[in-house]
Design a protein around this ligand. Sequence first.
Ligand code: NAD
Length: 365
Amino acid sequence: MGGMIRIRAEALREFVREIFVASGIGREEAQQIAHYLVAANLAGHDSHGVIRVPLYVRWKNEGVVIAGRSAETIVNLPAIAVVDGHFGFGQTIAPQAVRIGINKCRANGVAVVALRNCGHIGRVGDWAEMATAENLACVHFVNAAGSVLVAPFGAIERRLSTAPFCVGVPRRSQPPVILDFATSMVAEGKVLVASRGGKQLPKGALIGPNGQLSEDWALLYGPHTADGLRDHSMGKGAIRTFGDHKGSGLALICELLGGALTGNGTTKPNRRFSNGMLSVYIDPEQIEPERLFDGEVAQYLSFVKSARPAADTAEVLTPGEPEERCRLERASGGIALAPDEWAAICTTARALAISEATISKVSAG
Ligand code: NAD
């Protein structure tokens, strides 16, 4: 895409950290938030990367999300934990909740962790990767309460959040299988990316107030300026769910398990944003002592990948492969940001008195 600004991951991470520090977040926490945002860019999910900086700073200023919070375990059974994030940053709270799940799963072979009241947890695949790195399988049902964005199947009005669903399958000496997607046709962040001059939306991703299918992001955000904040309550349309009734059904389940069962609460208008996440962790080693799982997974993945590709497809990929490849490419080639996205981040930096010299140094590479 023309006019893109390419920045190396390390420089971008430092810059974003400094913005968060200037906004009043402690250095260590700021570093961790910056780490996960840039990790999403590296994985190819720009929708959950540094494009979120202006919104995170706004949320912090408005008290929607609070720095310096820790996860509190409010129910602690051998294989179950209920964890309250107290509206702390998702990048701070989620890894603490996942760590609790990993420890309980190690001890019991299986564990369920219900996380509530958590600030935006970003790319859910990060949390699955944390568990698969310790050879555990996991399933995550997530809701994004407060973000009423998605029309249920058959409707033209918003009722659901983009409610992501994620599964991680560990592999020995190989990257894990990570299936991680919003149950909406696109994550909200993809609409945000399109609105900032990035990748355009797929056909019919949105539905307008009269039931017309559309790719016009203004249906979600309403009137706007190029580098201004986006407010999804201003739009009159909705994002559609993927896979007709199937995606819509899975979104509903994410609301019921990730929202209602965790105590986070389901998605409703006029409520504070928080992610709820119901996570199930499974230790394969304690299920199949014959240790056939890894070999069977490897064999099946190569069987799947050996299918003859369709005309428009160079290679059949399995979940997690696109992210893995993107990481390799962007780790060396840098991260490309659309001009409007970069402008919005710089506007936020300037408002926090970060110097022009610092800003131009980052974009100069
Ligand atoms: P997406 O449509 O890009 O799908 C990603 C998934 O599909 C990955 O598992 C990927 O490996 C797999 N995939 C992609 N291309 C493939 C191919 N050609 N062959 C095989 N597999 C392929 O993802 P999305 O729906 O846009 O979601 C993006 C991110 O947004 C996710 O990381 C999700 O967790 C995150 N999200 C977070 C929230 C939140 O509230 N925190 C809400 C919604 C989405």
